[in-house]
Design a protein. Structure first.
Length: 635
């Protein structure tokens, strides 16, 4: 019922399928009060929303609404054909301390009225509750979860993750709930954190919950409806959101934007061109009666929510989600603090190895992005022959062309980079090493560069430092003239380094024992041969090696399971014909596989079937039962 189509960071554009409906995530569900609503459901649908959420407990407790819902079904009752999710009354339990309905009873009721996604009746424990209180509530939630999960149903069912602000309890909750076969996992009890701008704590709860939740199921963040948080929450791995903020803020004359919230009386010009803002002036809306003003502001707020979700989806598609997150973080100190918090966690295995957009540095937080950490880790995979290191400062990219120099068997030439620490010229074309932009270095970058250059330099017998880099205080011979280091170009050194960097240590020697290259008119390597056998092409946009079947077969000499995806017998013939590898047919794979990495598809006997691009990472390939795991290229 869920598959990934595109991704960036931990964010994912996915398809969720329920009762014949297919909706795309990230998905925002406006809260509909079945008794009182400022905007009609039809009006919300016309704005562009594909799904809504309403409260089944309110319907259940109102005799007239209950009879209508049971008789006509929730979709006809509300006049909405899209996805309808129903909450269970946990909010009322949180607000008033009790609800008069059982856990089994409310789930059965949601199923009976035709809800597309129901929610179990959990106990939301407020932030800062004692560990004992939070654990007591969690144990009751888990008891109800087991009871609810047993119910036969036509709808999807969401299991709630609770535990207050105690991360150990959140982890326990996620571990236990994930065993019960729920279709969606909802992180609850966090609205007070968002209302008090405790976003760093919110992020920690998300990350500690996500760590133990199934990767093949969507994650719902309850009560998150302000656009200023969408990019960060989605980059942290959340897929579905709901909120009544659009209406609640409108009642208080508050105007939502992706950068924050404005008071209507403080607005001189609307910073938006939605249907409301393009046809009304701020003073005009301020002068109308309270009810009409509330409707107009609620409409704008809905537009603002939907617009930001679309912006995030576009950024995932083009590979610029981190840039958007960093941009949004600059709008509020608490969001910036939350960004710094999320970067403390290991996100690298979910982040694509190549993207459609360049890497843009926007502040010290960029130095902790997955792309930078992956680069520094993969440097250790490369086997260099040279014992002499030559350090050069940043210059116009590509660096080798600007300096008219390349690494050789004697000299290993590197750029001291304020963004990536150090960039060997052999691999400079590999994404994102030259596909990045940054302003003049600031203090944090210089300290970062100094640390990594010093660490990297320890492996070399002699070090030559360009005079402009003396401030790094690297022990070595200072130089200005590059002529002494220029030697005949050696394609083999370059290709082996790229192969090691891309496929792991030893790949270069296995792939490129003897090579010749076809050079494009731009001077860049285009195709790599061994004799007359084409082994690989070098993709221009990201410098990645795209292996031919002959190259892939050579790569299989590496120890199993490096770079492999093994499929079962049912898929073998389809893969041989060039069909994509679906996740349900994956037997096992290299645990180091990352999204959009080039891989080799093999059968159970480790025999070559195809090359392709991984859509999922290794852990997701094992978890998902729907969707493409590898898009086959050569077979």
């Amino acid at each position: 019922m869920f598959e990934i189509k595109h991704r960036d960071a931990m964010g994912r554009i996915g398809i969720i399928e329920v009762k014949g409906k297919k909706l795309e995530t990230p998905l925002i569900l406006p809260v509909i009060n079945p008794k009182l609503q400022s905007i009609s459901v039809g009006g919300i649908e016309r704005i562009g929303f594909k799904g809504i959420i309403t409260n089944s407990y309110i319907i259940y407790k109102n005799e007239d609404l209950r009879e209508l819902a049971v008789e006509r079904g929730i979709h006809k009752m509300l006049g909405f054909d899209g996805l309808i999710m129903t909450d269970s009354g946990a909010y009322q339990l949180f607000e008033y301390g009790r609800v008069s309905v059982g856990a089994r009873e409310i789930v059965e009721f949601q199923n009976s009225i035709g809800s597309d996604i129901g929610v179990m009746l959990d106990i939301p424990t407020p932030p800062d509750a004692s560990y004992e209180k939070a654990e007591e509530d969690l144990n009751e939630t888990l008891k109800r979860a087991r009871e609810s999960a047993e119910i036969k149903r036509k709808m999807l069912l969401a299991g709630a993750i609770q535990g207050s602000t105690h991360l150990k309890l959140r982890e326990k909750s996620a571990k236990e709930i994930s065993k019960l076969g729920f279709d969606v996992f909802a992180i609850g009890g966090v609205v007070p954190l968002m209302e008090s701008y405790r976003f760093s704590e919110l992020v920690r709860i998300i990350m500690h919950s996500k760590k133990f939740l199934p990767l093949n199921k969507p994650v719902h963040l309850f009560g998150c409806g302000h656009p200023m948080l969408f990019a960060l929450a989605i980059a942290s791995g959340c897929d579905i959101f709901d909120s009544a903020a659009y209406s609640l803020y409108a009642r208080d004359d508050r105007y939502i934007t992706a950068e924050g919230t404005l008071r209507l009386q403080d607005i001189y010009e609307f910073p938006c061109s939605c249907e409301v803002c393009s046809t009304h002036e701020p003073r005009e809306i301020l002068s109308v009666d309270k009810k009409k003003r509330e409707i107009l502001l609620a409409k704008h707020n809905l537009y603002a929510m939907l617009q930001e979700i679309k912006r995030v989806k576009q950024s995932i598609y083009e590979g610029s989600l981190w840039e958007l997150v960093e941009k949004r973080a600059r709008n509020h100190p608490c969001v910036l603090s939350a960004l710094r918090t999320v970067l403390e966690y290991d996100l690298e295995k979910f982040d694509p190895v190549t993207k459609n957009s360049a890497f843009f540095y926007s502040g010290p937080e960029s130095l902790r992005r997955p792309e930078v950490l992956r680069h520094l880790k993969r440097l250790n995979e490369i086997k260099f022959r040279a014992e002499k290191l030559v350090l050069l400062p940043e210059a116009e990219k590509p660096y080798a062309k600007t300096y008219d120099i390349e690494s050789s068997e004697e000299y290993h030439v590197c750029i001291a980079s304020p963004v990536f620490g150090i960039i060997p010229l052999e691999i400079e074309e590999v994404y994102p090493l030259i596909q990045h932009e940054a302003p003049a270095p600031e203090k944090a970058q210089l300290e970062f560069m100094k640390f990594w250059v010093k660490k990297y330099s320890k492996s070399f017998e002699r070090i030559f430092v360009h005079k402009s880099l003396k401030f790094l205080k690297i022990k070595g011979e200072v130089f200005e003239d590059l002529d002494v280091f220029r030697q005949e170009k050696n394609i083999k050194i370059k290709m082996q380094a790229i192969a090691d960097y891309q496929f792991g240590s030893g790949a270069g020697e296995v792939l490129f024992e003897d090579v010749r290259a076809e050079i494009a008119r731009t001077g860049r390597i285009r195709r790599i041969y061994s004799g007359d056998i084409l082994l690989a092409t070098l993709r221009a946009q990201d410098g990645f090696l795209i292996l031919t079947p002959q190259g892939a077969k050579k790569l299989l000499k590496l120890p199993y399971p490096k770079n492999r995806v093994a499929v079962n017998k049912d898929a073998e013939e389809f893969v041989k014909e060039g069909k994509s590898v679906f996740a349900k047919f994956v037997l096992e794979c290299d645990p180091e596989i990352r999204p959009y990495q080039e891989v080799v598809v093999v059968n159970e006997k480790d025999e070559f079937l195809a090359t392709g691009t991984a859509i999922l990472n290794a852990q997701e390939m094992q978890a998902f039962k729907k969707g493409i795991a590898v898009r086959v290229r050569h077979h």
